[in-house]
Write a protein that binds this ligand. Structure first.
Ligand SMILES: CC(C)(COP(=O)(O)OP(=O)(O)OC[C@H]1O[C@@H](n2cnc3c(N)ncnc32)[C@H](O)[C@@H]1OP(=O)(O)O)[C@@H](O)C(=O)NCCC(=O)NCCS
Length: 166
């Protein structure tokens, strides 16, 4: 099968950092403009495996082309909260890959005992906002001038999904 969704494993670290770097360099979506150095990125990925956080990669012909993670917050009063991050390589967008990644990562987050998943997204990132709303996320707030890219400010929207709607 050409496309496969897999839980993060050590063998994915290099490919995952590579796709993160491609998307970071687009300078449109993520809070950083290049991937962190390999050692820093791999330490972060190792932590995810140690904590059994929800993290899935999309593999196309055995190459990492996207990911979705939901990382539990470390603070005592925030143990029910996970932060969602994701990206799909520009050559593979609009093929339903993010949808598959999100469904899998969110299911695992609930299984892990989380009850709230939150994220932030640039207000001009229409694709991601539409994707999140399709998955039930609602907008909770606006971080005005939250991003500064090449001298231009962008507002950032905070969104969240609750396991059980009140
Ligand atoms: C946002 C992103 C992850 C979507 O990935 P994808 O694999 O292309 O998404 P899917 O094909 O699963 O699309 C699912 C739905 O999302 C919405 N969507 C995705 N891309 C869209 C676009 N370019 N414009 C409008 N809606 C879009 C649509 O509702 C789509 O459903 P449809 O195709 O039936 O209309 C991808 O565009 C991406 O990696 N962007 C850069 C990184 C990023 O923005 N990460 C999130 C930071 S907060």
């Amino acid at each position: 099968m050409p496309l496969h969704i897999s839980p993060l494993a050590k063998s994915h670290f290099e490919g995952l950092r590579r796709v993160l770097d491609v998307i970071a360099r687009e300078k449109h979506y993520l809070a950083f403009f290049v991937a962190p150095a390999a050692e820093e990125a791999y330490a972060f990925y190792r932590d995810i495996l140690t904590h059994n956080d929800s993290h899935y990669v999309a593999l196309f012909e055995n190459k990492v082309i996207g990911w979705c993670d939901v990382i539990r917050k470390p603070q005592a009063a925030l143990q029910h909260v996970g932060v969602l991050g994701m990206g799909v390589h520009p050559d593979h967008r609009r093929q339903g890959i993010a949808t598959q990644l999100m469904q899998t990562a969110i299911a695992k987050a609930w299984e892990n005992g989380l009850t709230r998943i939150e994220l932030t997204v640039r207000s001009d990132n229409a694709a991601a906002i539409a994707l999140y709303e399709r998955h039930g996320f609602t907008q909770e707030g606006l971080l005005r001038q939250g991003f500064l890219v090449d001298g231009a400010y962008f507002d950032v929207i905070s969104m969240a999904l609750l396991m059980e709607q009140p």
